[in-house]
Design a protein around this ligand. Sequence first.
Ligand code: ADP
Ligand code: MG
Length: 236
Amino acid sequence: MTSKEQPDTAKAGADPSDTAPGTASLTLDTAWTVRWIRRSAEVLAASRAALNTLDRDIGDGDHGENMDRGFQAILPKLEDLADDTTPGAVLKLVATTLISTVGGAAGPLYGTAFLKAAGAVGSASSLDAAALVVLLTAARDGIVLRGKAEEGDKTMIDAWTPAVNAAATAQAAGSAVGAVLLAAADAAVSGAQATEPLIARKGRASYLGERAIGHRDPGSQSTTLLLRAAADVAAA
Ligand code: ADP
Ligand code: MG
């Protein structure tokens, strides 16, 4: 963490009282969590058509619509949160909203991801880099629990698993939360790109056999957007 980055990260919702200048001890709080979800809703709305197009190529064309509907449904619920709302409580609200409003595979999959992430962070009021890795790992594990996909099956897991691995590596090397999120977001992008040459073994795209080759998995793309939003609001 450089002295230049310090005030920016503090402004982004890190608790300044937790911050020892020049160390990797910055944390993410409820304000960051809320900003993450709001930014995600914004980006998913802007990417609705592009995600639908990816899903039209190898699915049924509704992934952008599904994600946009789910995240728009969360926004009003973020307006009147109690002062003592924890990051975990926000994640749980996201989970229940996605599960109840999004049809299709992505609703229960992302819903389970946010539910498991909420459980993993518990009632903590702020998250350090280690807790962030726990959050991301639990989210990925939730998707695997629900969808049983492995890396290489051409699903959102192909973005999540490299992201979790990169986050864990960055955290182990002493990176601050912002850098851990950046590492995750960048690895997710590479993972999503790497779905293009694959044959799908899970989800609707698996019905297409070799015709799925050359197309990016839409869920891996929405994962890159969610993780980039997380990194962006930590750095803003
Ligand atoms: P549906 O396929 O029901 O129309 P969406 O279009 O919203 O739902 O979501 C499709 C995305 O869901 C895929 O691009 C893929 O990333 C993800 N997906 C589908 N099945 C699985 C699974 N079993 N495990 C993980 N991800 C999956
Ligand atoms: Mg679809």
